[in-house]
Design a protein around this ligand. Structure first.
Ligand SMILES: [Zn+2]
Length: 200
């Protein structure tokens, strides 16, 4: 009698799924940062730099420029060091109270207005679950990222510690990781002083 083959090997399973990486580990541009550039009376671009701790290695850098066209549509231009540029629409949403309005960024991929856009996603071509590749700045769901709290990693288990101390401790939630925000420079001189760029 023919033996039934295993339906799904590890590799087959891997190809069919998408590694869901945590959004807190990806470079993020919050909408409030774009708004502060738009409100800056100097009308200058900002240099955004993401550094990896603790060695301070620069992992991503973007020049952020807001543009207001003659028909008063606003865009933000995000230019990387390799010259590639993403242009996102700025969307204004009226706030229910006190007549204020919130600035949101239209995702490059689905155009949905969002408060945060992310610059990296999982590199599915690499075959490794921990490799990333840079993308045009997108919302969390287009970049297929999850919050760390969606996994179980945020709970510190009391069990093993309890055993070591001979007492019983409950499981406690660990604090939510902070988003990976950039350092912001409004002049080349500031960036130079911080050792982030060199004179030509
Ligand atoms: Zn999107």
């Amino acid at each position: 009698m023919e033996q039934s083959k295993q339906a799904r090997g590890w590799h087959q399973h891997f190809i069919g799924s998408w590694a869901r990486l945590n959004c807190e580990n990806m470079p993020v541009i919050p909408a409030w940062l774009v708004r502060s550039n738009l409100n800056d009376p100097r009308r200058i671009p900002y240099l955004l730099v993401w550094k990896e701790e603790p060695d301070g290695q620069i992992k991503e850098a973007v020049r952020l420029t807001c543009c207001v066209s003659h028909d008063s549509w606003c865009h933000v231009e995000l230019k990387r060091t390799d010259g590639s540029t993403t242009v996102l629409r700025i969307v204004w949403r009226m706030l229910p109270r006190n007549g204020g309005r919130a600035l949101l960024l239209a995702c490059f991929s689905c155009y949905a207005p969002c408060r945060h856009v992310y610059g990296w996603e999982w590199d599915s071509v690499s075959g490794w679950s921990n490799r990333v590749s840079s993308i045009s700045w997108q919302c969390r769901s287009c970049a297929r990222l999850r919050y760390s709290s969606e996994g179980s990693a945020l709970v510190i288990r009391g069990g093993p510690i309890s055993r070591l101390l001979g007492r019983s401790f409950p499981d406690v939630p660990s604090p939510r990781p902070e988003p990976w925000l950039p350092y912001v420079f409004s002049s080349p001189a500031d960036a130079l002083a911080a050792g982030l760029c060199t004179l030509k």
